[in-house]
Design a protein around this ligand. Structure first.
Ligand SMILES: Cc1cc2nc3c(=O)[nH]c(=O)nc-3n(C[C@H](O)[C@H](O)[C@H](O)COP(=O)(O)OP(=O)(O)OC[C@H]3O[C@@H](n4cnc5c(N)ncnc54)[C@H](O)[C@@H]3O)c2cc1C
Ligand code: FES
Length: 292
């Protein structure tokens, strides 16, 4: 799979609500190579205090005029977009980027949502349910676009702390049959965690088959996986462990999976970031540095 380590220019760094930004990068070699579910590593240039690259899901790929969204439209796609939330030093520096500034971009990385495995299960499902927690929404747009192009019926369940954290929705709207929101403070949609309306949906549709695609913080991932297991729906999770190299070398992103010896660990950056939920040993996951 092609992957390029380049210095690219910022086209736009749009301010969204709740400390979120949409960063558009001029990446003519990297953007056309992106597959749904892959990620990028961003390096802030000229800052010796922020040496490690920061991993970010590839939110979208588009053309400079913004008209050609989605993967697969080779040559026209020169813009790679990242949707991010400011949480610490690296993302604070990203938020200061202006059009024309340059960043290091290593992309595309990871296996992504490997369609050869999920498509048979998608065909067997009545609906694909995307379940996002907070900035986890960033990992789900490209898979949703890909599935919409193939004619699948999809629905979004999006949970966040507050209304301001419900970002990126404009892009999802045309792809979904419906969307359901939950906020912890009740400022938009259901008050509480998104797993509650999801459970209600499962209960109301016990005759239907769903395939879940999930990304979000650890507790939300785990609760969603438990629900999917209880209602017997297959579930793909996109993991966001802390990363060092992003290239499969440092082993810093390893998670416990079913198996023994060497086979009991897989690297989120290379074998993932997307895994079948049943493959992961969830009991140990929290100790291995995933986002809480
Ligand atoms: C595959 C992958 C995809 C990701 N996609 C996105 C995305 O699309 N948008 C986005 O905003 N973020 C995403 N993240 C999380 C993002 O990488 C971190 O928020 C970022 O590295 C924090 O850098 P910082 O220097 O600002 O924060 P730091 O100063 O390093 O840390 C500040 C706070 O953020 C927490 N943090 C650090 N790394 C992570 C992490 N990997 N996950 C969660 N919390 C973390 C720390 O525990 C700390 O509380 C992704 C992570 C991975 C591994
Ligand atoms: S981040 Fe280094 S092996 Fe995955």
């Amino acid at each position: 799979m092609p992957m390029y380590d380049e210095t690219v220019a910022v086209i736009e760094n749009r301010v969204l609500t709740g400390g979120h930004f949409l960063l558009s990068l001029d990446a003519p070699r990297q953007a056309p190579a992106v597959r749904p579910g892959q990620f990028a590593m961003v390096r802030i240039l000229g800052r010796s205090d922020v040496l490690l690259r920061r991993p970010m899901s590839i939110f979208d790929v588009t053309s400079k005029d913004g008209r050609e969204g989605g993967p697969g439209k080779v040559q026209k796609l020169g813009v790679l977009q990242l949707l991010y939330k400011v949480v610490g030093r690296g993302t604070r520096l990203m938020a200061e980027l202006k059009p024309g500034d340059r960043v290091g971009l290593l992309a595309p990385l990871g296996h992504g949502f490997f369609e050869e495995e999920y498509l048979p299960r998608a065909h067997a499902a009545d609906e694909i349910l995307h379940v996002a927690g907070g900035i986890g929404i960033a990992a789900l747009l490209l898979p949703a676009k890909h599935l919409a192009e193939a004619g699948f019926k999809q629905r979004l369940f999006f949970g966040a702390r507050t209304k301001g954290d419900l970002v990126g929705l404009e892009e999802f709207k045309p792809l979904m049959r419906g969307s359901l929101f939950a906020t912890e403070n009740g400022s938009s949609g259901y008050r509480g965690f998104v797993t509650r309306p999801l459970e209600d949906y499962f209960t109301a549709h016990t005759n239907k088959k769903f395939l879940l695609m999930v990304c979000g913080p650890w507790a939300m991932l785990r609760a969603t996986v438990e629900l999917a297991k209880r209602f017997r729906h297959p579930c793909l999770v996109s993991m966001e462990n802390r990363m060092g190299c992003g290239l499969g070398v440092c082993l810093g992103c390893s998670i416990r999976v079913e198996g023994t010896g060497h086979e009991a660990y897989q690297r989120v950056c290379t074998e993932g970031p997307v895994f079948w939920a049943e493959k992961i040993v969830w009991e140990t996951e929290k100790k291995l540095g995933i986002r809480e």
